[in-house]
Design a protein around this ligand. Structure first.
Ligand code: NAD
Length: 424
């Protein structure tokens, strides 16, 4: 059966096109389960909503919102909500599918989902942002819930937005439902360790990959694209381990210092309107030159499609840690493999966030909260077990870590589908 959907026209390097090509690469390793593979190429459910709000100046603005549940075979949907002017249905579909693979790769009892609004939140007042969030939550309220689909933060969304989402959903159902979203503020059922969890997971998987490569983290040079929740936390943990952060790129530009950027100054500067380039402790260079910076480890932690074939040829890194979702296009993946550059793929590398989201959800149901050390130890153990299992699969079949992650994950997803059978 064909996997061509009438409502998206993916290209080879677009997010959904990238995902489809990643699925095609794993099919030879799925054995008899391959007969179910078409399931992976179709989102179970995609909801498009209109989000109208009254702006501060009295005008009415409309924004397009989405919630896609890609696969629910292994449990409720799980996945973030992105506020960005470039969000499209196709992008949200790919992000939801990567969540299906990710939750299965680390063996969490979830399916995959994602949401987004096509909006530039930097152009909204706080009041307008709250209105957009609340109306969007009401519109997707027909498919989300603590047992059906649990949103979380992603690009340009944070704990405050999760608090508004939780409150709106709770008002609509008539009782406080903390388990409907994760990434909430601590006193509203949030979990210790959640804010730093994704960056920590990037570090944990990166530390293990570096060990296997014989790359000493002390003195290792690290370049980071995207200096938000994921990139800045990963950078801090690598710096604590003795690495030098030699280059950082955010939406304002690129800053370098071959002796290592001082994160104590850079992190607060990057949170201001001037962004990373407002920091005076480095040189500002052209954005494209970021990809040629002399470094050992490259961490893309911004948006999809950043490592193109051309940039894959240029990079000096030995190790790429995909903090972002879908940062490497398939042709670039092949070039990196040919050049002997090890890629720890997004679907395992950035799984720390959803893992601690799972801890948050479990804590909300039991109303019993763990301390941060316990959370970090559990996170470390889950990530390491998952990575080691994936590494064994890669060695066994002589395939990349990405295809190995898909092999482990897709076997779990399709086995669940087969065991459940088709309804009715
Ligand atoms: P964020 O909003 O906190 O930060 C995004 C960063 O990317 C900012 O520093 C921004 O300046 C930068 N950026 C945006 N456009 C850019 C561009 N064109 N060039 C260079 N930099 C640019 O977002 P985040 O939560 O850190 O998410 C970053 C990536 O990690 C996304 O792909 C997201 O899906 C993924 N991710 C996030 C989480 C999470 O828990 N937050 C979990 C898993 C994966």
């Amino acid at each position: 059966m064909s996997s061509v959907l009438s409502y998206v026209q993916p290209t080879a390097n677009s997010p959904w096109g990238t995902y489809l090509s990643q699925v095609d690469r794993v099919i030879p390793y799925l054995g008899d389960l391959a007969r179910w593979a078409e399931t992976l190429k179709r989102p179970k459910r995609a909801l498009i909503v209109d989000v109208p709000i009254e702006m501060d100046d009295g005008s009415i603005a409309h924004f397009e919102g989405y919630r896609v549940q890609h696969n629910l075979s292994r449990g409720p949907g799980k996945g973030g909500v992105r506020f960005h002017p470039d969000v499209t249905l196709e992008e949200v579909m790919a992000l939801s599918a990567w969540m299906t693979v990710k939750t299965a790769a680390v063996n969490l009892p979830y399916g995959g989902a994602k949401g987004g609004i096509r909006v530039d939140p930097k152009k909204l007042s706080l009041k307008e942002l709250e209105k957009v969030t609340r109306r969007y939550t009401s519109e997707i309220g027909i498919i989300i819930g603590p047992h059906s689909d649990i949103p979380a933060p992603d690009v340009n969304t944070n704990a405050q937005i999760m608090a508004w989402m939780m409150d709106t959903y709770s008002m609509n159902v008539g009782g406080t439902a903390t388990g409907v979203v994760t990434g909430k503020p601590l006193h509203l059922g949030g979990s210790l360790g959640r804010v730093k969890a994704t960056g920590r997971g990037v570090f944990v998987t990166g530390r293990e990959a570096a060990r296997r490569l014989g790359l000493d983290l002390r003195g290792a040079r690290v370049a980071v694209q995207g200096f938000g929740n994921v990139g800045s936390v990963a950078a801090e943990l690598f710096a604590e381990a003795g690495a030098k952060i030699v280059a950082v790129q955010d939406h304002t530009g690129t800053i370098v210092n071959e002796n290592g950027l001082d994160l104590a100054g850079l992190v607060p500067a990057s949170r201001t309107d001037g962004g990373a380039v407002s920091f005076k402790g480095g040189d500002v260079i052209d954005n494209e030159a970021f990809w040629e910076v002399a470094c050992d480890i490259l961490i893309p932690a911004a948006l999809e499609g950043q490592i193109t074939a051309e940039r894959a040829q240029k990079t000096k890194a030995r190790l790429v840690l995909e903090g972002a979702n879908g940062p490497t296009v398939p042709t670039a993946d092949d070039i990196l493999a040919e050049r002997g550059v090890l890629v720890v793929p997004d679907v395992i590398c950035n799984a720390g966030g959803v893992t601690v989201s799972y801890f948050e959800w479990v804590q909300d149901f039991s109303s019993f909260f763990w301390d941060e050390d316990e959370i970090n130890v559990r996170l470390d153990r889950i990530m390491m077990n998952a990575l080691n299992n994936i590494w064994d699969t890669a060695d066994k079949h002589k395939i990349t870590l990405r295809t190995a992650t898909y092999a482990v994950a897709c076997e779990r997803i399709l086995m669940a589908r087969q065991e459940r059978g088709l309804y009715p």
